[in-house]
Ligand binder design. Structure first.
Ligand SMILES: [Zn+2]
Ligand SMILES: [Zn+2]
Length: 147
């Protein structure tokens, strides 16, 4: 199984783009986070990246299909590795602070999602080929300060 960096390099090469040190730093930061990051968060974590080129290079990585945009409930775009590289997962979004977290589905959640897909198929006559599942709530930090 080729590493994430090898796969990204290959995708970029397919678009005649180089996997520059800055792009490698962006991918490494996003891959290590385990949750979607905003560009300011990416900049805070990878020292020395100039802001303007960070936005430009994130866009190149999105166009290459290796990074995807995750929308939360605020106006901040957040970015993570595409599911092909990161694996399928869901998101928990805090309705108060806007934080977005990854959730890897347990076997029980996978069964529940498959059941939900069956219900939609039967009730709407729609062939379901995938899903994006976001739950909105209060994160543990915000629960603590709300109590
Ligand atoms: Zn919160
Ligand atoms: Zn995610």
């Amino acid at each position: 199984m080729p590493s994430v960096h090898e796969q990204v390099a290959r995708r970029l090469a397919g678009l005649a783009q180089r996997y520059t040190p800055m792009r490698q730093a962006l991918v490494a930061t996003v891959a290590a986070a385990g949750r979607p990051l905003s560009v300011p968060e990416i900049l805070a974590l990878s020292v020395g990246l100039p802001q303007s080129s960070a936005y430009r290079n994130v866009k190149v990585l999105i166009d290459a299909g290796v990074v995807r945009r995750v929308s939360g409930i605020d106006n901040h775009d957040r970015f993570e590795l595409a599911e092909e590289l990161a694996g399928h997962h869901h998101h928990l979004i805090c309705g108060k602070c806007g934080k977005v977290e990854d959730v890897t589905p347990s076997p029980r959640l996978k069964r529940a999602m498959a059941e939900a897909a069956c219900v939609v198929s039967e009730e709407q006559g729609y062939q379901v080929t995938g899903h994006q599942f976001n739950l909105v709530g209060l994160c543990p930090d915000c629960r603590r300060t709300t109590d």
